[in-house]
Design a binder for this molecule. Structure first.
Ligand code: G4P
Length: 188
């Protein structure tokens, strides 16, 4: 990997993610290809001065979590081999333990946020920015108003523990959160 240019590394990660997520769709009514989300998270980071390893990890951040039932799941060791230990470590920080019940996973995201590394904080904050934008623009089919309110409130509690690593991202989260609240108020 070391001899690749940074744009070659980025494109390698983008293609890797596109292949892993080839059969995945977002939950929103528009059912966008899942890879659109990871590209958006990477774009948010690139536009707000995040380190390159965080941008690569953004492209890859759901590859382990979302391939766990595949015949050939993506493992941490595979990411280390393909993209290096730094990037694989950031993906690991952003990966939920899907063996836990959903309520525990959600509580752990809030509890673990303040102790994440700075690059992982940026990645998770950009992830929440993308998910809040999606809640406003194309809410998951079947999510009633109360469920959207619950999600937005929970995302705000996770984000509170992620702030301080990148002030521009903090400000973008706050603006996105305000838009999400305004959207919920309009729909109430
Ligand atoms: N808002 C939104 N979320 C979607 C969409 N499509 C897929 N998702 C995923 O669904 C999760 C929210 O759905 P929930 O029912 O609350 O949780 P779960 O999928 O983890 O069980 C988000 O997790 P998360 O914990 O917020 O993010 P992550 O840390 O897993 O990436 C996100 O990864 C979409 O169109 N809009």
């Amino acid at each position: 990997m070391d001899q690749l240019t940074s744009s070659a590394r980025l494109m390698r990660a983008a293609v890797f993610a596109a292949r892993v997520h080839a059969g995945h769709r977002r939950k929103g009514a528009a059912a966008e290809p899942y890879v659109n989300h990871v590209l958006e998270v990477a774009q948010i980071l690139a536009e707000h001065g995040a380190p390159e390893d965080a941008i690569l990890a953004a492209l890859l951040h759901d590859t382990v979590e979302d391939s766990d039932t595949d015949p050939d799941p993506i493992t941490h060791d595979r990411l280390v081999a393909e993209f290096g230990a730094e990037v694989a470590g950031l993906v690991a920080e952003a990966t939920d333990d899907k063996s836990l019940p959903k309520e525990s996973r959600k509580a752990l995201q809030v509890r673990h946020a303040p102790g994440r590394t700075p690059a992982a904080k940026m990645l998770k904050l950009a992830d929440k920015i993308s998910n809040l934008r999606a809640i406003t623009a194309s809410p998951p089919a079947g999510w009633d108003h109360a469920r959207r309110v619950e999600y937005v409130g929970w995302a705000g509690r996770v984000a509170a523990g992620l702030k301080g690593a990148n002030l521009a991202l903090d400000a973008l989260f706050d603006a996105t959160y305000r838009d999400a609240i305004a959207g919920l108020a309009r729909d109430a």
